[in-house]
Design a binder for this molecule. Structure first.
Ligand SMILES: [Zn+2]
Length: 403
C-alpha cells in the first residue's frame, strides 16, 4: 500500500552530505537504494540494478512493444535535504484534516498552522502525513519514490495498460546538486522523462533558472593608516563600491516569478585583499548574459577609476533552463496535459526559481519536466504530504503510461 511504502522509506535516514567527496556522498543512501532494488525484484522487475555510482536503473518493456514504441522515464531521488535531520523520522497520519492547527509536538510546543501555511486550507478533508516536529518528513522525495513504486506494482499486476516502455532511475545526492553527475543516459534509455519531485500536484514545471556564479577578487594596497594619504587602496572599500554598481533591485529578496537576480552569498576582505561571491540567475539566457556583462562593466569602471587592474571577475556557467529545449520538442508536456485532461484535473505550469535534476537530464539528451508529489514545506520540520494527492499522482502517471 502507498502509505505503508512511504512510511517505510521515510524511516530510512538518507541525508546526503555536500562536504563529502564520496560517490554517493553518504553510504546510508544506499540502504534505501538497495531496498528499492529488492522491491523491484519482488514485483517481477528482474533487471533492476544498483550501479557503482549509487543509481538504481530498471526497465519494463510494454507487452506489445515494437521498434516504434517510445520509452518514458521516471526519476525520483533517494536523499533528503541538509537543512534538517532525516534520522528517526516519526510520521503521524492526520485523517480527514479539518482545517485546524495540527499539533506536531506537544511537549516542544510545535504546531503546523494554516495561519502560517495557508495552503493547508486547500487540503481540508484530505488525509495528511506530518512530522513529530524534530525532523523533516522526507516527502521530498520519498513521496516521488513511493508514487513510482506504486505505479510499477499496478503495471506488473496488469501489464496490458502499459502502452510505452518504462525506464526507471532512482538517484542519490540530488539535494547537493550531484543527482545526475554520474548518470548513464544511454542505460536509462528514455525517449523523454519526468522527475516526480514537486509540490501540489496541480502544478508542474518545465522552466528553471539559467545559472552562473561570479567570483570578484580585489587586490588592494595596504599601507600604515597614518601615512596612507594618496597611497592606500582599501580592498574592502572597493568591494562595497563594486557591489553598489550592480542593480540594487535585482536581488533574491526583491524578485519573484521570472525575475532574475544577482545574489551576493559571501564576502570576505581586509585592506590588502577582498573577495565577493555571487550566484547569478535568470530564466532568460539573454538576460543572464546581460547580468554577466554588468559584472564585467563594474570591474572596468573601477579599474578605470584607479587606473590599474585591481578588480578581476571570474564567471563560470553552471546549469541551463531546460525550457529552451522542451519548447522545441513539447511531447513530454503534451503527454502530461493529455493525462490531466482525461482525468478532469487542472494543470498549471510554474517556473522553478532554482535548478532541477531534470535540467541536467534534459541537457544530457532526455527532456525531463517535473511533476508534483503532494508534498509541502520541504526541507524542514513543517514538511507534510497529502495522501490523497500522492494517490492521485499514481493515477495520473498510470494514465500517462497508458496513452
Ligand atoms: Zn527533491
Amino acid at each position: 500500500m502507498l502509505v505503508d511504502r512511504f512510511i517505510k522509506y521515510v524511516k530510512i535516514d538518507t541525508q546526503s552530505d555536500e562536504e563529502s567527496l564520496a560517490i554517493p556522498s553518504t553510504k546510508k543512501q544506499l540502504n534505501l537504494s538497495r531496498l528499492l532494488v529488492e522491491e523491484l525484484h519482488h514485483l517481477g522487475v528482474s533487471n533492476a540494478e544498483l550501479d557503482d555510482y549509487g543509481v538504481v536503473y530498471a526497465f519494463i518493456k510494454a507487452p506489445n512493444a515494437d521498434e516504434k514504441t517510445i520509452t518514458i522515464g521516471l526519476n525520483a531521488h533517494v536523499d533528503t535535504a541538509l537543512e534538517m535531520s532525516g534520522k528517526d523520522v516519526k510520521p503521524q497520519i492526520i485523517k480527514n484534516y479539518a482545517g485546524n492547527d495540527i499539533t506536531l509536538n506537544e511537549s516542544l510546543g510545535i504546531f503546523l498552522s494554516p495561519k502560517e501555511f495557508p495552503e493547508l486550507l486547500t487540503l481540508k478533508g484530505q488525509d495528511l502525513i506530518v512530522t513529530d516536529g524534530t525532523t523533516l518528513l522526507g516527502a521530498d522525495d520519498k513521496a516521488g519514490l513511493a508514487i513510482i513504486m506504486e505505479v510499477v506494482q499496478a503495471i506488473m499486476k496488469n501489464p496490458d495498460q502499459l502502452k510505452v516502455n518504462l525506464a526507471l532511475a532512482f538517484t542519490p545526492d540530488e539535494e547537493i546538486g550531484r543527482g545526475v553527475a554520474n548518470f548513464d543516459i544511454k542505460r536509462f534509455g528514455a525517449t523523454y522523462a519526468y522527475t516526480i519531485d514537486g509540490g501540489d500536484i496541480n502544478y508542474a514545471n518545465y522552466e528553471n533558472f539559467n545559472a552562473a556564479s561570479a567570483v570578484v577578487r580585489i587586490q588592494g594596497k595596504a599601507i600604515h593608516p597614518g601615512s596612507a594619504l594618496g597611497q592606500m587602496i582599501n580592498a574592502s572599500t572597493v568591494a562595497i563600491e563594486f557591489h553598489a554598481l550592480l542593480d540594487p533591485l535585482m536581488v533574491p529578496e526583491k524578485t519573484s516569478g521570472y525575475e532574475g537576480f544577482n545574489h551576493l552569498n559571501n564576502i570576505e576582505g581586509g585592506v590588502e585583499q577582498a573577495e565577493l561571491n555571487y550566484i547569478i540567475r535568470n530564466h532568460d539566457l539573454a538576460k543572464l548574459d546581460q547580468q554577466k556583462e554588468q559584472f564585467i562593466l563594474a570591474a572596468k569602471t573601477i579599474n578605470n577609476k584607479y587606473n590599474k587592474e585591481i578588480v578581476k571577475v571570474e564567471i563560470v556557467d553552471s546549469y541551463r533552463n531546460m525550457a529552451d529545449l522542451i519548447k522545441k520538442d513539447p511531447r513530454s508536456l503534451k503527454r502530461m496535459e493529455a493525462a490531466y485532461k482525461k482525468l478532469g484535473l487542472p494543470l498549471t505550469y510554474i517556473p522553478i526559481r532554482g535548478g532541477t535534476d531534470g535540467a541536467g537530464l534534459s541537457y544530457q539528451g532526455v527532456l525531463t519536466p517535473n511533476l508534483g508529489t503532494g508534498g509541502y514545506n520541504a526541507h524542514g520540520k513543517y514538511e507534510f504530504v497529502s495522501i490523497n494527492q500522492m494517490e492521485k499522482m499514481v493515477e495520473i502517471v498510470l494514465t500517462m503510461l497508458s496513452i
